[in-house]
Design a protein around this ligand. Structure first.
Ligand code: SAM
Length: 287
């Protein structure tokens, strides 16, 4: 089957359907077979795998997934791409395109209906304007996932896999690493897309853990604590946590930090995820 993603073929399809790229929907289509192959290879797709793709565009990545995997459900928000996808993917009877906004979709219901609740792999070249909300929706809603292999802005990928005491380490690092083991797979220059994005891109694979990386008694408190600790990066933990959204008094923060064995002069950015969990559990035991 001819590949959709050559520059020539992509331009032909776009002209034939008079397709207008939407900047606000983050439409940057891949035109490099090599990169597409590497994404699917990096995701480790086999004939056993059911895959959800977010934003198939004209089907460039979908085609590669369909050839390697068992089945693909592709979720596309832009109605004008539906007739194009019907045509470009007509040879693949293991692909189903759903016209939906992924952020509004009931993902548990979708996976139950299409895959009988079996764990799926997510693969996507994500629209950059909503990268983090899409990734976090899949993780926070705890849908049955094996992994997410996604192309995102390089800067966001770095934040997702950052380690303590680095400039990229923050609330997003903790949120992602609570649910997943992240691994950066490859860096991708703007030249392999049309139109070209303004930023460099990275393919990252997030292997979803069987259970969260750390045990916390109260998830809401844990994430609020992380947010407060990073909200004021330059402040010590004692200051950041006693002036944050949780409304704790200085005396309480002092007492809990001591109980958790964490020095009050440290900054949030030096704490490992395990230390954040210990601290959150000490707070939930004390308030
Ligand atoms: N997969 C194609 C490729 O690699 O060439 C297209 C990727 S393009 C970066 C992002 C795609 O996501 C576009 O097709 C866009 O219309 C779609 N999209 C944007 N927002 C979406 C949303 N909220 N739900 C589903 N699809 C969305």
């Amino acid at each position: 089957m001819d590949k959709i993603a050559s520059p020539k073929k992509t331009k032909e399809i776009i002209e034939q359907y008079q397709f207008k790229f939407s900047k606000s929907l983050g439409q940057n289509f891949l035109i490099d077979q090599n990169i597409l192959e590497k994404i699917v290879e990096g995701a480790g797709v086999t004939k056993e795998d059911d895959v959800i793709e977010v934003g198939p565009g004209i089907g460039s990545l979908t085609q590669h997934i369909a050839e390697k995997g068992k089945s693909v459900v592709a979720i596309e928000i832009d109605r004008s791409l539906l007739p194009i996808l019907k045509n470009t993917l007509q040879a693949y009877d293991n692909v189903e395109v759903i016209h939906e906004d992924v952020l509004k979709l009931d993902l548990h219901h979708l996976i139950q209906e299409k895959f009988h609740g079996k764990k799926v792999k997510v693969i996507a070249n994500l629209p950059y304007y909503v990268t983090t909300p899409i990734v976090m929706k899949f993780l926070e809603e705890k849908v049955p996932l094996l992994s997410m292999t996604v192309m995102i802005q390089q800067e966001v990928a770095r934040r997702m896999e950052a380690k303590p005491s680095t400039k990229d380490y923050g609330a997003l690092s903790i949120a992602v690493q609570y649910y997943c083991q992240p691994k950066i797979l490859l860096k991708v220059p703007p030249s392999v897309f049309i139109p070209q994005p303004k930023v460099d891109s990275t393919v990252i694979r997030l292997d979803v853990l069987e259970k969260p990386k750390v045990h916390v008694d109260n998830e809401k408190l844990f994430f609020s604590l992380v947010k407060d600790a990073f909200g004021k990066r330059r402040k010590t933990l004692l200051n950041a946590l006693s002036t944050g959204t949780l409304g704790y008094s200085k005396a309480l923060v002092k007492e809990v930090l001591q109980k958790a064995g964490i020095e009050e002069q440290r900054r949030g950015e030096t704490l490992t995820i395990e230390e954040f969990a210990t601290l959150a559990n000490s707070f939930s035991a004390s308030v």
